[in-house]
Structures are given as structure tokens and as C-alpha cells.
Design a protein around this ligand. Structure first.
Ligand SMILES: NC(=O)c1ccc[n+]([C@@H]2O[C@H](COP(=O)([O-])OP(=O)(O)OC[C@H]3O[C@@H](n4cnc5c(N)ncnc54)[C@H](O)[C@@H]3O)[C@@H](O)[C@H]2O)c1
Length: 354
């Protein structure tokens, strides 16, 4: 295979702003098919990908388009059925986050990848941000010592995506900011901690802004809002997770909260050093010769890299050239189980053992 022939399913917000520009820069990847239940959404990309066939049913695309892999950018509840159908049709899969909305679905995705031998990777764009790469290397080289506790989250002051549309409908999204935003920062924390397995989860969720007329931010541009739609998800989630190696992770995610400002962060507590990754800026906390030192490493190219393009490039390198995958499906299983357990704990008021 000298070119990867890709079929895209779901031509909405994230395809437009992140996947499309990434593909336009790749010489060894060709978009040969575009699928969206709303034909116009796919048709918009004809100027970019003039040779792409347009489909409105992904099954039809898998059966008839000459594709090697599928890029899934649909609402969350469709990730698992589309990924499974694609792998069963002999295609490799790259899927947007979250991996799936329920543990049984992510387990079925992993089982299908094992059965078919196809590559299954899920978007982990924040791992490819230069400060994340630096922090991961710094920890893996032993500079931070043992990482025994971490705190992570994505807090928005304002920014409920597509209010009333699929994002705020639990059946379709799987939940609110915990599954939408938390999946990014929880993954970053677990990846930097060396991917320990979560074993116990407790948490609380709050839904306070369903009926409000809160002003919104540019973050609400994702999805399509519906004036009389459904809003049955949380807008704040708080959690506490114990890992199999004794480490703990605390989590805080919001779409709307009366806080100072938006913040995406992972703070890691190591025996030799601590790290704070805050909205792509990294600070290290160490002690040298009895002096407490806070340092900001000067990392080339750290501005404006959100990692989506690098993640898609990596997927192509895995499929085309046999690169060692940075992501394996068991990591997705851990994260979906953690998120689902946090929702269960919030509903029952009890810690959930995994
Ligand atoms: N990695 C990131 O930073 C990031 C950011 C935003 C969204 N996302 C993820 O990307 C996915 C899509 O989000 P979005 O913001 O682009 O949503 P969106 O609503 O803007 O786009 C979804 C598209 O899927 C289409 N669609 C729906 N059902 C379909 C079906 N059965 N077959 C084919 N197409 C179908 C819709 O018509 C729409 O065009 C979600 O899973 C979301 O979590 C990731």
C-alpha cells in the first residue's frame, strides 16, 4: 500500500476544523469517500477532495468504496457500531474521542480489533501537544521519580456545546463535560502516570444550567443547538479515582461554572519533581541544593499545536509503515470504564469498584 485510502463518516465540526486541514497536508493519504446522513455536510468538501464519492449510509460506503481505513467523526453513540462494522468489513479505524459511551461497547470494539486484526486507534490529540510530549519524556526518563498522585480537569466558565442537540442528550453523547472534555485530560493524566488501571471511582455530578439563558462562548460552536431539544447531562463533574498501583487521580470537568476562566490541566505529584500542564503551558517543580525551583522549559513549537494532525499522521504511519502504535484499545477500555463508574457513583452516592 503506497497511499492510505480513507473514507470519512461524519462531516461536521471536528472534521471541518481539525481533520480536513490535516488530510490536505498529507501526500500519502487520500480521502476517497465522504459519508454524512446529511448529504450537504459531505458535499461541502467537494472542493477539497474532488475525487471523493459521497455517501449517506456508512454501510453502503464500506461495501462499495475502495477504502483501506475509516475516520469516524460522528456523535459519540455511533462510534462503536460504525467502528465495529468498519473492522468487520476489513477496514482499519481511526475514531474520534470518546472511544465509546458504554463499557460494553468499548469492549466490543477491542474484541473486534483483535478478531479482525485491524488497527483501531482513537483520537488522543493532547498527547501530541509539544509540552505533553516533553512532560511524558521527562517522567519516563525518571526525572520526576514516582508519580503517586495527580489532579486533572477541563473547566469551562461558559461553553455548553450544541445546547439541546446530541451533545446534551445522554443517549447520544453518553454524558456531559466528563465524557466530552474529561476524556482528554483523564487520558493525558493516565498516559503520564504510565497507564495504571483504575480500580475504584467515586464522584458527584451536577446539572444546573439546563434551563438557563447563560451567555455562551466560542466553545458552544460544536454540534448543532436545538431550541426545544434535550438537556439531561451534567454540566459539572467531580471525581476521585484509585489506581491498581496505589496512585490517585482527582478530576474536575465543567461546561459552565462560575469560576475565573477556562482551564485544561494535569498536575502530577512525583517524589523527585512535580509537573503542571496548564492549557498547553508546562511548569516543573523541583528542589535543587535546598532551593525550591519552579521552571518553565523552553519547548520549540509549543504554540498553536493541538495535536489532531499529529495524531492522524501517526495513525497513517502505523497502518502504512508499521510504526509502533502510541495507543492501544485497552487504554480506551480503562477510560470508558472509569467515566461510566464515575456516573454510576454519582447516581448511587457510593464508590464503585472496578
Ligand atoms: N478531539 C477533539 O478535540 C474533538 C473536538 C470536538 C468534537 N470531537 C468529537 O468529534 C465527534 C463529532 O463532533 P462534532 O463536534 O464534529 O459534531 P457535529 O454534530 O458538528 O458533527 C457530526 C456529524 O456527523 C453526522 N452524522 C450524524 N449521524 C450520522 C450517521 N449515522 N452517519 C453519518 N454521519 C452522521 C452529522 O450530520 C454531522 O455532520 C464527537 O464524537 C466529538 O466528541 C472531538
Amino acid at each position: 500500500m503506497d497511499k492510505l485510502r480513507v473514507g470519512v463518516v461524519g462531516c461536521g465540526g471536528i472534521f471541518t476544523i481539525a481533520h480536513r486541514p490535516a488530510y490536505l497536508k498529507m501526500d500519502d493519504v487520500e480521502i476517497v469517500a465522504l459519508c454524512d446522513i446529511n448529504r450537504e455536510h459531505a458535499e461541502r468538501f467537494r472542493p477539497d477532495f474532488p475525487n471523493a464519492a459521497i455517501y449517506t449510509d456508512y454501510r453502503d460506503m464500506f461495501a462499495n468504496a475502495p477504502i483501506d481505513s475509516v475516520d469516524i467523526c460522528t456523535p459519540n453513540y455511533l462510534h462503536a457500531p460504525i467502528a465495529i462494522a468498519a473492522m468487520e468489513a476489513g477496514k482499519h479505524v481511526f475514531c474520534e474521542k470518546p472511544d465509546a459511551t458504554r463499557p460494553e461497547d468499548v469492549l466490543a470494539m477491542k474484541a473486534t480489533a483483535e478478531k479482525t486484526g485491524k488497527t483501531l486507534m482513537v483520537m488522543r490529540n493532547n498527547r501530541y501537544v509539544p509540552t505533553s510530549v516533553f512532560a511524558h519524556d521527562y517522567i519516563r526518563s525518571g526525572n520526576a521519580g514516582e508519580i503517586y498522585a495527580a489532579h486533572c480537569g477541563w473547566q469551562r466558565r461558559r461553553g455548553i456545546p450544541g445546547k439541546g442537540g446530541w451533545f446534551t442528550d445522554k443517549e447520544k453523547s453518553g454524558g456531559g463535560p466528563l465524557i466530552d472534555l474529561g476524556v482528554h485530560m483523564i487520558d493525558l493524566a493516565l498516559w503520564m502516570m504510565g497507564n495504571p488501571t483504575p480500580v475504584a471511582v467515586s464522584g458527584s455530578t451536577y446539572s444546573k444550567f439546563a434551563g438557563s439563558d447563560l451567555s455562551d462562548s466560542e466553545n458552544s460552536r460544536f454540534g448543532e443547538a436545538k431550541a426545544d431539544g434535550v438537556y439531561n447531562v451534567e454540566d459539572l463533574a467531580m471525581g476521585f479515582v484509585r489506581m491498581d498501583n496505589g496512585a490517585t487521580l482527582t478530576i474536575e470537568c465543567s461546561w459552565a461554572s462560575n469560576i475565573q476562566k477556562e482551564r485544561r490541566f494535569v498536575e502530577l505529584y512525583g517524589t523527585k519533581a512535580g509537573l503542571k500542564w496548564d492549557t498547553e503551558e508546562l511548569t516543573l517543580f523541583e528542589e535543587r541544593d535546598g532551593v525550591l525551583m519552579d521552571s518553565v522549559p523552553n519547548i520549540p513549537g509549543r504554540e498553536g499545536v493541538y495535536g489532531h494532525g499529529q495524531n492522524l499522521r501517526h495513525f497513517a504511519d502505523v497502518v502504512l509503515y508499521g510504526a509502533r502504535p502510541d495507543f492501544v484499545p485497552s487504554q480506551g477500555v480503562n477510560i470508558v470504564k472509569l467515566i461510566s463508574a464515575l456516573y454510576q457513583s454519582a447516581a448511587t452516592g457510593r464508590e464503585v469498584l472496578l
